[in-house]
Design a protein around this ligand. Structure first.
Ligand SMILES: Cc1ncc(COP(=O)(O)O)c(C=O)c1O
Length: 478
């Protein structure tokens, strides 16, 4: 069965059976009551619109700017590319967020990915409270590490052994050192617009905040750190072949987001991942899927399960921490056994594998594993994206986009979008107006044209309909 991507005209064989009348995944009693409560809260949205003000947010952010660079602890949060001041939040629950002025929003950022079962899930919170009674960090082995490791290994096809760290950035730093240690080579290929965290070797033609802020590279990154980083446009297999021809026997790894989320949502062309797998095998080069974003989001086994392509190594983050700070890298046992203390490649972490983060991850994955989860995500996300694209076209805008299960995106350009250069043709000024209009309607999208969006099991059909209606209204006014 083919899973289509609206607007970009691509399709792939889906590894997952899609039922036309997907049902909500079965809920436990506590999450059922949590979902009811969220729906009830959502009824107050119209009331909220009448009183929409961001005064407290503005005051808090002005104070923050004196305390922290740009007022934030991660650049994209600062709304630089969409104008205006960022919103300061007070609480989150399910698919909704509340700011410090009391405004309510339907959220499609999901804390940038982790919140796939909904924010502040009752079962996750209860499990965290139980774990916390025993302490917050041991700095020594704990049983919960075995449980999450076992879950990750049995879910993700490429992972036979795993190392937990504290962020996606750390996972990518670790995996790169490992790939270099294993192959004894130094060069890597990365793709334009893909983001692998903020470590020096990856800050070359990177996506996410680097793309959003229009920064070519970052000052402070020594030339030597990026000297061995070769780049290619995404979806461009002939450039990859040329790089292999001109750097014979020197390339340690090819690393990529198997579906790009950090320059907006860009899926691979049919055959692209297969070609990368074949070329890397032919050249004794390791293939690394950075699944920090796509892991457990495109399917329970990530993009590699969805597309049926098994890399040598994989990085994870976001969802496996259930909203607490976690990253991981894993892969073939023979490669992973190079990691210290099993082997000589050094990598360590004071808080790595801490019991709270392991607990949130375990309970998030347990929920995701229930039958129907990804069918439900597919149903609501494709409805959402198609609804927005149709509304955009009716209002006369150039717009394209798509989705795979819980990940989506749309661009204000005719398309097709196969690589970052295509994404950059988007009308970013129009996106900024759309974004701000949607905020006033109570919908929180990522504050950049170059970021993917995320849905969760807590998003209801009402959320989706309300979002499409708001988009229809805002798009007509642009
Ligand atoms: C694909 C990918 N890799 C790595 C990272 C870095 O993860 P973190 O922000 O947890 O350091 C991100 C963050 O968004 C990401 O999307």
């Amino acid at each position: 069965m083919a899973a289509g991507v609206a607007g970009v005209g691509l399709s792939w064989p889906s590894k997952l059976a899609r039922s036309p009348n997907s049902i909500l995944p079965p809920l436990s009693p506590s999450s059922r009551s949590s979902r009811r409560r969220v729906v009830k809260m959502a009824l107050s949205v119209d009331e909220r619109k009448k009183n929409f003000t961001l005064q407290k947010s503005e005051e808090a952010f002005n104070a923050a700017k004196e305390l922290m660079p740009g007022g934030v602890n991660s650049p994209v949060r600062a709304f630089k590319s969409v104008g205006g001041q960022p919103i300061v939040f007070d609480s989150v629950k399910g698919s909704h967020m509340w700011d410090i002025d009391g405004n309510e929003y339907i959220d499609y950022v999901g804390s940038w990915g982790p919140a796939i079962i909904g924010h502040a899930d009752d079962e996750v919170l209860a499990a965290l409270a139980e774990t916390m009674k025993k302490g917050t960090s041991f700095g020594a082995p704990c049983l919960l590490e075995n449980v999450l490791a076992e879950m990750v290994i049995s879910a993700v096809p490429s992972i036979e052994m795993v190392r937990f760290v504290n962020s996606g950035t750390e996972a990518c730093m670790g995996v790169l050192r490992l790939a270099r240690a294993f192959t004894g080579r130094e060069k890597i290929i990365k793709f334009e617009g893909c983001y692998h965290g903020h470590a020096d070797p990856f800050l070359v033609k990177a996506g996410s905040g680097v793309a959003t802020l229009g920064l070519p590279d970052s000052p402070g990154v020594p030339k030597g750190a990026t000297y061995e980083t070769l780049t290619s446009p995404y979806n461009d297999i002939s450039t990859v072949k040329n790089l292999f021809d001109t750097n014979k026997g020197e390339i340690a790894a090819v690393i990529l987001e198997p579906v790009v989320g950090n320059s907006g949502f860009i899926p691979p062309k049919p055959g692209f991942l297969e070609d990368l797998r074949r070329i890397t095998k032919e050249n004794d080069t390791l293939l690394i899927f950075d699944e920090v974003m796509t892991g457990f989001r495109l399917s329970y086994g990530g993009a590699q399960e969805y597309f049926g392509i098994t890399p040598d190594l994989t990085t994870l983050g976001k969802i496996i921490g259930g909203g607490l700070p976690v990253g991981a890298y894993g892969g073939r046992r023979d490669i992973m056994e190079m990691v210290a203390p099993a082997g000589p490649m050094y990598q360590a972490g004071t808080l790595s594998g801490n019991p709270l983060a392991m607990t949130a991850g375990i309970h998030t994955l347990k929920r995701l594993k229930q039958p129907g989860s990804y069918q439900y995500l597919d149903k609501i996300t494709s409805e959402l994206v198609q609804g927005i694209i149709d509304a955009g076209k009716r209002a006369g805008h150039a717009i394209c986009g798509g989705s795979i299960n819980g990940m989506f995106g749309f661009f204000f350009t005719e398309g097709p979008v196969y690589e970052f250069a295509d994404a950059k043709k988007s009308d970013t000024a129009k996106f900024a107006k759309f974004f701000r209009g949607m905020l006033e309607e109570g919908v929180y999208f990522a504050p950049s044209q170059f970021e993917a969006g995320f849905t969760s099991l807590a998003h209801t059909s009402e959320d989706i309909q309300q979002t499409i209606e708001a988009a229809e209204k805002v798009l007509r006014q642009l």
